[in-house]
Design a protein. Sequence first.
Length: 248
Amino acid sequence: MKTNLVLQKLRAGEAAYGYWVTSGSPLIAEAAAHLGYDFLLLDRQHGHWGFDATVQAMQAIGPTDTMPVARVLRNDPAFINQVLDLGALGVIVPLVNSREEAQRAVQAAKYPPAGIRSAGGSRLMLYGSDYMQAANDETLVAVMLETRQAVERAEEILSVPGVDVGFIGPSDLACSLGVTAFASDEHEAALQQVLQAGNNAGKPVGMPLATPELCLERAAQGFRFLTCGSDMSSLLGDATARLKVLRS
Ligand code: 3PY
Ligand code: MG
């Protein structure tokens, strides 16, 4: 089976950098995959990915060294199983608030005896005849910590065997705390608390960020699984800047 280059980096203590694709466009996923990011995050929670477009995006990303990672709609074994069958090498599970919920996510992503993942998926044969043997170890499971409760329980959540990454959702976290994301001491303290919990549990932690400068700053603090913008933010940022010049 293909080595999961993101897991390889994280296991070596290195930072992995990704890019969100929310538009649901396989064409954009293809272009982004050829840029060399460590992973692309196809957002099937808040993004616009239909089933067929997700398949096409997996086909487009497949030949590159960029790992296809999908965020699922919710912590449901059917959704997790589905994106893995389509070829995702990592799954991001939103709103994980307890050890039990983390166990549920892990179980869904692992074949027996470690979990309950169902065997199947015709695209998986492209990963080699050893896919079934290797998949449990080569599939990244990231649980999202994005509520006050998840922060309080971060260490017990991240200690769950099979959880590879704690991925903070800064916006939901801000809502849960009743503050503005990245603009309050309480929010920052929560980010640092999750990082510390990850260190205690021996698990890398990360979050989505808007700029490369912020990614490098957070990487220097010890965050390891970082995303740097999205297709929609790139498009809107660039097109807005052009229009501003035209209208000036
Ligand atoms: C959040 O910030 O809540 C996320 O889920 C990342 O987009
Ligand atoms: Mg969120």
